[in-house]
Design a protein around this ligand. Structure first.
Ligand code: TRP
Length: 353
């Protein structure tokens, strides 16, 4: 049996996962388990960068994501789920990699700029906030994966992992700077130049109305517009029935808009019955079918998906010892890999004595 290629990805624990996480990346992770050796990291240290005053909440959020992973079908017998702070080699690697990233390069990272703006961090964010993308490079390279399944906003961070891998391979492993990315390891490089893998829906909208600019906002816990992956059936119903749709739809003179309409975006993303969607959209545009009917259909579709996951969560919450044992076993396996990478890194750097 040839060795399976490795996949690594991570999540900063900010609370329970929602449908946007599913189509953006989680679904890919479940699918990849059979064909790849998968590592799924819970980035609790990264959560400290903006919430250092609330560590107990971070602990809860970390456990919540672990539960959601298990509910969503990540199988701990196939995939390794672990907590970042259980892997000391990652922090050591971050220190080493920080030497290979020019400081102004960090400040040009668009995801960092967006976060500073969106989270209202002003200029009071801690030094550790700027350190986290370096830490993320270490999260990734510690496992020397080939693929990193993520949402679109993570691309700038992944680009940095690619740059560090090339630079390290060139400086310390004698890899010729003109070597193509996929050939770096074959030519003696320690680190593969990873490829991102985006989900089938890059940016799922939330259930709310558009903002002042007329744009539908991304599904996000902080915007109160999300449907959780393990939501109970009553809230699914309430959230879908109250979801924003096209307010002009009922005027006969003004055909229903199916484009910027969460109702149809959600049907497209989650309803497997494509024939029904095609026909219902046609009727919707002609004012021949009501919002309520289409929403009810969506409630059925989402409930069929979410109800078993909700049920699993109820069970797991009663069995937290099991959830914690998954994380402990994950850490043992992850440490073996990350420690080996650290050893090879120090050897390449001539710092083994
Ligand atoms: N920054 C990522 C997020 O907020 C989480 C993350 C941490 C990550 N380490 C990673 C993602 C490594 C991919 C690879 O979602």
């Amino acid at each position: 049996m040839p060795e399976k290629l490795r996949v690594l990805t991570g999540d900063t624990p900010t609370g329970r996962l929602h449908l946007g996480h599913w189509v953006g990346s989680l679904e890919n992770r479940v699918l990849m388990q059979n064909d790849y050796e998968c590592y799924y990291l819970l980035a609790n240290l990264h959560a400290l960068t903006t919430r250092a005053e609330n560590p107990a909440q971070i602990q809860q959020d970390t456990l919540d994501i672990a539960i959601d992973f298990l509910c969503a079908g990540i199988d701990p017998k196939k995939s390794c789920i672990f907590v970042q702070s259980d892997i000391p080699a990652i922090s050591e690697l971050a220190f080493i990699f920080s030497m290979l990233i020019p400081f102004p390069r960090l400040m040009r990272n668009p995801t960092i700029k967006d976060e500073i703006r969106d989270k209202g961090l002003g200029d009071s964010y801690p030094f550790g906030f700027l350190l986290y993308p370096v830490g993320q490079v270490a999260d990734i390279l510690a496992f020397r994966p080939v693929l990193v399944p993520v949402g679109e906003d993570q691309i700038p961070h992944l680009e940095m992992a690619r740059e560090v891998a090339r630079r390290f391979n060139q400086l310390y492993c004698g890899v010729d700077p003109h070597t193509a990315d996929p050939l770096q390891v074959d030519n003696g490089g320690l680190f593969p130049v990873i490829e991102p893998k985006l989900g089938r829906v890059k940016r799922l909208v939330g259930t709310g109305a558009p903002n002042e600019q007329g744009l539908l906002l991304k599904m996000s816990k902080s915007l109160n517009n999300s449907i959780l992956l393990t939501e109970d059936a009553d809230s699914v119903q309430r959230k879908v029935m109250g979801m924003y749709t096209d307010p002009k739809r009922l005027k006969a003179s003004d055909p229903g808009n199916i484009e910027d309409n969460p109702l149809w975006i959600f049907h497209d993303a989650f309803n497997p019955d494509k024939d029904w969607i095609t026909e219902a959209k046609m009727r919707y545009q002609k004012g021949q079918i009501g919002d309520v009917e289409c929403k009810k259909r969506l409630v059925d579709v989402l409930t069929a998906f979410i109800a078993p996951l909700h049920e699993k969560r109820v069970q797991l919450e009663k069995n937290m010892d099991y959830v914690k044992s998954v994380l402990r076993e994950g850490a043992a396996k992850a440490n073996a890999i990350a420690n080996k990478t650290l050893r090879l890194t120090k050897e390449a750097l001539h710092q083994v004595f």
